[in-house]
Ligand binder design. Structure first.
Ligand code: BG6
Length: 305
């Protein structure tokens, strides 16, 4: 089937006239475009990857690199990659893809709907038959719901279909678009312990002041439940990340040298992004008994200062 006939099939089954359209994007990757009076968004079936969210009258809330590959065997750089079932490198297997396979897999559409308030919800699914069972030999099912309205709501369900307890890491690796990362102030993580990945995962404790980004920053904040607020004075807005079912918040900006080293990221793009990731990893990997479902949710919104 050609990319455009696959898009047409999706359109006839899941499209919503004037509001939700399916099409073949760069390199034929299938994507959904949402346009409502409240907001616009884009989502690729590759990785169930939200690449764009823009409430009406605002500039985009998510950063997307102009250098991203849009390649079926590589992750998209920016938006909201889904990290599952391991965070970062898989211990003991250097050949396993960083951040797991969910962001590399082709997800299936399950349903779409428009609510009375005008928001549009898309649901996608990934099961063990769809992904690399060899890399993670467990019986599981992922469901991802994206609701596009005056806020962006994303929720990842992991179901254990097997007979043994499973353990996994996960993240909704949100790339926020900021005017200048050197000027933002991040609040919501005061006094929290974190692993500093720029210093051999050394444990440190965050002070009481809001966080400023002054160098490469790669921190896994532990035992976090609170909302993070990114105050962006140059952008004259606050970006708010509220969450549930998540005990870890990752704060990442590659800064100059790492940006330069990443082939799918522009050398001068680092000031315009900041990842505030909603996750469960390290001390807070999820342990899920047979038959149970774990849900992690993030709600992202832009608010006036
Ligand atoms: C963050 C990690 O979550 O993702 C960083 O903490 C990593 O260590 C970053 O560099 C980007 O990862 P990737 O695999 O998308 O380049």
């Amino acid at each position: 089937m050609t990319d455009s006939s696959a898009a047409q099939q999706l359109q006839s089954r899941y499209g919503i006239s004037d509001v939700l359209r399916f099409e073949a994007g760069p390199h034929g990757l299938l994507r959904a475009k949402v346009i409502t009076p409240q907001a616009q968004a884009e989502l690729y079936l590759h990785g169930a990857h939200v690449t764009h969210y823009q409430p009406r009258g605002e500039w985009p809330v998510l950063f997307l690199s102009a250098h991203s590959w849009f390649d079926a065997v590589k992750p998209i750089r920016g938006g909201v990659p889904i990290v599952f079932p391991w965070f970062g490198r898989l211990a003991g297997d250097a050949s396993a893809p960083a951040h797991g396979f969910a962001r590399l897999a082709e997800w299936r559409m399950e349903s779409t709907a428009q609510a009375a308030d005008g928001s549009v919800t898309l649901a996608l699914r990934l099961g063990e038959a769809d992904a690399t069972h060899a890399a993670w030999p467990h019986e599981y099912e992922l469901r991802y719901r994206i609701s596009v309205g005056s806020t962006l709501e994303i929720a990842l369900d992991v179901k254990n279909h097997g007979t043994r307890t499973i353990s996994f890491e996960e993240a909704l690796h949100t790339y926020l678009a900021v005017s200048d990362v050197r000027q933002v102030l991040i609040s919501g993580l005061a006094g929290t312990q974190y692993l500093d990945k720029t210093d051999g995962a050394r444990r440190r404790t965050q002070g009481t002041e809001p966080i400023r980004i002054t160098k490469e920053t790669d921190r896994v904040y532990l035992n976090t439940k609170t909302t993070c607020i990114v105050d962006d004075p140059a952008g004259d807005r606050r970006l708010v990340v509220e969450k549930s079912g998540s005990d870890v918040t990752v704060v990442w900006n590659p800064w100059i040298a790492k940006a330069h080293a990443m082939p799918d990221f522009g050398d001068t793009e680092w000031p315009r992004m900041l990842c505030i990731e909603t996750g469960n990893a390290a001390d807070h990997a999820v342990t899920l008994p047979p038959g149970r479902v774990h849900t992690m949710r993030a709600t992202i919104r832009s608010a006036p200062r």
